[in-house]
Write a protein that binds this ligand. Structure first.
Ligand code: MSP
Length: 519
């Protein structure tokens, strides 16, 4: 079977402009997509926007626009942002796309035909922020724990999905598939949620109250509930039911979300799929929240950080590196400019930037910029090679576990090792002794060879930096086309090719002023 990988982000609501929270999930998806591509997988990477429902309608009204015109505008902000963050999505879906509408209606009809939808009346506490009903037990002090607002009591006639019917199936499925929801803390949350009786899911809204949605195919007085509509994007984008893409990629679907939308993805979505006769996704990967000074990013607190502001001030790869290095996947993290500046100065300017510039400048100084063939490996060289090969092995394991920070730590241990190797072998003193030219050539070759491996290892996280290192150490073939397996062999640098000096990869930056905030 050929190797394939399908990665999705949530489709973002168009009631707000993109911030670093959206950027994080999408960059993680991009890192995975690039890593799997490097590893020889055929991949498909999906992102997009979620455009129906109350929230969007209200935001459009506030802006004095029609919901479609408003959605077009904000959706374009997301779509146009991604290439500026070097995000390499294959497709951008909008829930207002005609094809998506058709697939949603097809699934609704299918589930209706099997008798899993019924008409009834329900009264419950609805959080408009989450666009879902809450049970009393889920509320904290009578408020939605996520939005800190009292939900509104709503009672009306609607269509319901017999979600309760799938409770036992879902609990057993999760028990039997250890990695279906990861990290484990979120899996445990869902398993304990499933200890309580599961309620049926209200999947419609009366058009009289909300017209901005996809009409139910069997009752024109109703539109589809926004989550039932949105979740289906993951298969409508693959041209379900008959698309080649669906056949190829659905069996290897990895969803990526933050903890805020765990319930819809871990409970609603698998049961919807089961009712529609579609196998479950392969994995749900759940990360924590980026906070600012320990509090939630929110418009009302005025602490929202825009990714393009960070890019402009510090550079894109610094931003991507920081996000991937700083957060432990699954846990919350703080975004602080101080921490970002510190990482840039120490990890990037000092460790990686210096390594490249000292290596390349010695090749220029001692060998006119030409890569020389190395002599036999001495013990210290073999230790360096061993560290490079083991860094590559570790990165592969950690990427598979979504432990991006650990993958970067392994890579930076290698970077430190190469810097130490240069300090210990002191090529500058060998250069003074005529007879040691061969040894000097070997040492510089080994440093270049380590940099070649480092370029491949960092490429998913810092594509531009990887490419720049690749070019400067005199490698010609495109880094984008290099397989990850190229990190597993030593001695691939091209003898006789020319290295290139140049500006520092990462200029040192000043610490921000006390209350500094990007933007
Ligand atoms: N439209 C729904 C998702 C439907 S998916 C079928 C939605 N949209 S959202 O715009 O609110 O996006 C929520 C997602 O944005 C989170 O799950 C996460 O991926 C990202 N983030 C938003 N704020 C975030 C942080 N502060 N920190 C980390 N990620 C954040 O929910």
């Amino acid at each position: 079977m050929s190797k394939r990988f399908y990665i999705t982000t949530p489709i973002y609501y168009v009631n707000d402009v993109p911030h670093i929270g959206h950027a994080y999930t999408t960059i993680v998806a991009d890192v995975l997509n690039r890593f799997y591509r490097q590893s020889g997988f055929e991949t498909f990477f999906l992102t997009g926007t979620d455009e129906h429902g109350n929230k969007v309608l209200q935001a459009a009204e506030t802006a004095g626009k029609s919901p479609k015109a408003y959605a077009d505008e904000i959706s374009a902000l997301f779509r146009d942002l991604w290439p500026q963050l070097d995000v390499s999505n294959d497709y951008f879906i909008r829930t207002t796309d005609e094809n998506h509408r058709k697939v949603v209606q097809l699934i609704l009809q299918k589930v209706h035909d099997t008798g899993d939808l019924y008409f009834g009346e329900y009264g419950g506490y609805y959080c408009f922020g989450c666009e879902r009903f809450y049970t009393q037990g889920e509320l904290v002090d009578g408020k939605c724990p996520d939005h800190q607002k009292e939900p509104q009591f709503i009672k009306e006639k609607n269509y319901f999905f017999r979600m309760s019917k799938y409770q036992d199936w879902l609990a057993t499925y999760i028990e039997e598939h250890e990695d279906f929801i990861r990290p484990e803390s979120y899996r445990n949350k869902i398993l304990s949620f499933l200890q309580e009786p599961l309620e049926d899911l209200c999947i419609s809204r009366p058009k009289a109250r909300l017209s901005w949605g996809i009409p139910l195919p069997f009752d024109q007085d109703y539109v589809t509930y926004v989550w039932f509509d949105a979740l289906i994007n993951y298969i409508s984008a693959l041209d379900y039911p008959s698309g080649d893409a669906f056949q190829k990629f659905w069996p290897v679907a990895h969803h990526l979300i933050a903890k805020d939308i765990l319930i819809p993805h871990a409970i609603y979505w698998p049961t919807m799929l089961q009712a529609a006769g579609i196998p479950p996704y392969q994995k749900l990967n759940v990360h924590g929240y980026w906070n600012i000074k320990e509090s939630k990013m929110s418009k009302s607190l005025g602490n929202i950080i825009r990714p393009l502001d960070v890019k402009e001030k510090y550079g894109l790869d610094c931003f991507r590196y920081f996000m991937m290095r700083e957060m432990t996947f699954g846990l919350d993290s703080n975004f602080s400019e101080d921490a970002l500046v510190q990482r840039i100065n120490s990890d990037l300017a000092n460790d990686l930037g210096n390594l490249l510039s000292r290596t390349v400048s010695m090749v220029i100084r001692y060998f006119g910029g030409r890569v020389q063939s190395p002599g036999p490996l001495e013990a210290i060289d073999a230790a360096l090679r061993e560290q490079a090969l083991s860094a590559a092995r570790e990165v592969e394991v950690f990427m598979g576990e979504m432990a991006f920070n650990k993958a970067l730590i392994s890579t930076w241990k290698l970077i430190a090792k190469v810097n130490q190797y240069l300090d210990q072998t002191a090529p500058w003193s060998l250069a003074k002794a005529k007879k040691r030219e061969r040894r000097l050539a070997s040492i510089l070759y080994n440093a270049l060879e380590s940099l070649r491996i480092i370029a491949i290892l960092i490429f998913p996280v810092m594509p531009q930096t990887g490419i720049e290192i690749w070019r400067r150490i005199g490698l010609e073939a495109q880094l984008q086309t290099q397989e990850f397996s190229q990190t597993k062999s030593w001695g691939q640098c091209a003898i006789g090719s020319t290295v290139e000096g140049g500006k520092a990869l990462f200029p040192r930056v000043e610490a921000p002023k006390a209350e500094g905030q990007v933007g």
